[in-house]
Design a protein around this ligand. Structure first.
Ligand SMILES: *Cc1c(COP(=O)(O)O)cnc(C)c1O
Length: 231
């Protein structure tokens, strides 16, 4: 319990230092606590320490946690950051606040149809494969503009395109870590120049959040540095 509080404070200190080094307000960076494979009690501890945004990778695991933390639902923001198959979109549309891993129009269309009317629109990011590895998910930079235009045109009362997400290949050293984050920022800027109203860059994890913030991350996804080794 105590250690989650301490680690959370340390991550916030890193975010504040990186923001200040970049001439940015620390408030301009949202911290997403990534709780994959962590028990519900660890998430409760993080919530008790003031954490509100939680990210999960696996749909089934996330749905069980959302249910187990139903008493806190109004106080939590749930983000799906892992791969989303078409056959799971309905449960996701009904349970989450954000999906960061959209990389196909079909998935976004299903989320739009399946988001229950009356709920706030589901907030979407497009996952971009900035490192160009064949094995990684994410839309290619070349295919991104067409996908972004199509997703942005979906009904705004159901889904809202907010920005881009990336999981760059691990790299050593600040400059090497910065390069893919810069690429994602430039892709976002190009879409904004086309007139899309996007405000979110979901990038940066435990090992590279400073490099991501230097390149404009508005949301960093941090697991290990908050929760310690995975359970
Ligand atoms: C696990 C994970 C994270 C957090 O990674 P850490 O290195 O533990 O901070 C962030 N984003 C995604 C998509 C992840 O799967």
């Amino acid at each position: 319990m105590g250690s989650i509080v301490t680690r959370l404070q340390e991550v916030k200190r890193r975010i504040a230092a990186a923001s200040s080094a970049a001439g940015r307000d620390a408030d301009s960076v949202t911290l997403l606590a990534v709780g994959k494979t962590q028990p519900v009690d660890a998430l409760r501890d993080a919530h008790a320490a003031g954490q509100r945004d939680f990210g999960e990778n696996y749909v089934q695991e996330a749905l069980a946690k959302i249910e187990a933390l139903r008493d806190l639902r109004a106080d939590l923001v749930w983000h799906l950051i892992g791969p989303l198959q078409s056959n799971k979109t309905r449960a996701v549309a009904e349970a989450f606040d954000w999906v960061h891993s959209v990389d196909r129009l079909k998935v976004a269309e299903r989320l739009a149809v399946q988001r229950p009317p009356g709920m706030a629109p589901l907030q979407l990011c497009l996952q971009v494969n900035v490192s160009g590895e064949a094995s990684k998910s994410g839309v290619s930079p070349a295919a991104l503009p067409a996908l972004a235009r199509a997703v942005a045109a979906l009904p705004a009362d159901r889904v809202r395109l907010r920005g881009l997400m990336a999981i760059p290949a691990p790299a050593d050293g600040f400059e090497a870590q910065r390069a893919p984050h810069r690429r994602l920022r430039e892709l976002l800027q190009a879409l904004r120049a086309e007139g899309l109203a996007l405000d979110t860059l979901s990038m940066g994890m435990s090992d590279d959040l400073e490099a991501a913030i230097a390149e404009g991350a508005t949301l960093v996804r941090v697991g290990g540095a908050i929760f310690g080794a995975r359970g």
